[in-house]
Ligand binder design. Structure first.
Ligand SMILES: [Zn+2]
Length: 142
């Protein structure tokens, strides 16, 4: 019988929080694996203060796919339909997704706030009430 020479695999300890992001795809739609990863990472809409669940969220390309933004997790985040529309259509809003998953949102009045992906943070930040107050009403509300 072979003696047990199993070496412990501690590699995961070096890869940061949880498993690394899944491979990118060339398609516009994220893969099922990417969706699962993003839902775990983001947990809800990434607009600071918004708690809409990922099941009701869109996967947003921070840099639009049409502008060459890849369908890769560093360029994707969960946004609910309302905030996705604000990002896409409303003037004066700026959304910047960073390679480590942080998202910086700047409102039309120039206030900016950066949040970490909730699934990667043990220190959730409080909800800022001002963001929702500045958000315009959803013109396409259904
Ligand atoms: Zn939202």
């Amino acid at each position: 019988a072979a003696s047990s020479q199993a070496t412990p695999t501690d590699e995961r300890l070096d890869t940061g929080p949880g498993l690394g992001p899944p491979a990118p795809t060339t398609a516009y739609e994220p893969t099922a694996t990417q969706r699962r990863f993003l839902h775990v990472r983001d947990r809800h809409c990434r607009m600071p203060g918004c708690r809409r669940r990922p099941g009701r969220c869109d996967i947003d390309h921070a840099i639009a796919h049409a502008d060459g933004g890849p369908t890769d997790c560093w360029n994707l985040c969960c946004l609910c339909r309302r905030h996705h529309r604000i990002k896409t259509f409303a003037r004066g809003w700026s959304f910047t997704l960073h390679p480590d998953g942080r998202l910086t949102v700047r409102t039309p009045s120039g206030v900016s706030r950066t949040t970490r992906p909730p699934g990667w943070s043990h220190d959730p930040e409080p909800d800022p009430p001002w963001l929702d107050e500045e958000a315009p009403p959803d013109p396409l509300s259904d």
